[in-house]
Design a binder for this molecule. Sequence first.
Ligand SMILES: Nc1ncnc2c1ncn2[C@@H]1O[C@H](COP(=O)(O)OP(=O)(O)OP(=O)(O)O)[C@@H](O)[C@H]1O
Ligand SMILES: O=P(O)(O)OC[C@H]1O[C@](O)(CO)[C@@H](O)[C@@H]1O
Ligand SMILES: [Mg+2]
Length: 322
Amino acid sequence: MKKIAVFTSGGDAPGMNACVRAVVRTTLRHDHQAVGIRRGYQGMIEGDFWAMEAHSVSNIIQLGGTILRSARSQDFRTPEGRAKAYANLRANDIDGIVAIGGDGSFTGARIFMEEYPDIHMVGCPGTIDNDLYGTDYTIGYDTAINTAMNAIDNIKDTANAHDRLFFVEVMGRDAGFIAMNVGLATGAEAVLVPESKTDVNNLIDTLNSNYSNKKNSSIVVVAEGDESGGAFKLAEEVKKHCPYETKVTILGHLQRGGRPTCMDRVRSSRMGVAAVNALLEGKSGVMIGEINGEIVHTPFEQAIKYHNEINPMLLEMVDILS
Ligand SMILES: Nc1ncnc2c1ncn2[C@@H]1O[C@H](COP(=O)(O)OP(=O)(O)OP(=O)(O)O)[C@@H](O)[C@H]1O
Ligand SMILES: O=P(O)(O)OC[C@H]1O[C@](O)(CO)[C@@H](O)[C@@H]1O
Ligand SMILES: [Mg+2]
């Protein structure tokens, strides 16, 4: 292996920088050259490469975002775009790549590797959504749930002061992991996730019964991908049948930024080291994950095809404890 490149792709996630740092420093420790590719697959197509030294990743372990920047590249979805990317990699003697991203990034990696198997690729799960099979936690998820939890704690103060019902929408286009855990951690009255069908009448009954039992404020956490159509639509419907004054907060992109938590920094570092080691062992087409505290390798195909399930017991717990 001559040079190992690293890029970040899809939605950024806190801990990506720690992972980039680990990849670069492990590569250099093994006397290989390290290259950063800026803006994910788009930078690969445009040849936006950066020869990285140990100092290139100094003082970034604590930073959110990604120093390599990220992109959602339409060009990489085309065979012509991927051919350009391959030509640039070859011209720069890059034969090993660590891709830090989510399911879309690994879908792209799998297609690219089928077309150009001489480029070895290993993935690190970088997405706040926690929606990849083959790991208990993705990079950025722990930070995102803590950020969302703190935001909802603040909302609870004002909700309680004004006797209001809040619908709080959290990120998760296809997955409800953020909503589930943040809902439990903030004592929400209900949590709505794409993985289970939302019964609006049942929700209205629950909120009305809470109101009758002198619960002066309530929080409903809604995953953005819930089939009910999001917090605004839901609030419009519910407030027709509920005495609470109703407000909506969309937490949005604030959940993706901020300093990574300790666990995100540690996991990202561990995964970055494991990704380089896997490439040096001749592995390709696998995602690094952490299951029960151990590093595991899962083929991209499985990581993107399957989904970790939301434990139905947790949804039940929300109901019992609220
Ligand atoms: N079918 C595909 N073919 C080629 N490239 C793809 C394909 N799907 C995704 N990609 C590439 O991967 C990039 C990242 O994918 P996507 O935007 O879905 O984010 P992600 O990696 O799933 O992260 P997140 O969901 O956390 O935002 C896309 O912008 C595209 O360049
Ligand atoms: O605004 P963007 O960058 O498309 O990102 C939104 C999406 O990215 C994610 O946050 C994951 O990074 C999803 O939960 C969300 O739907
Ligand atoms: Mg994704």
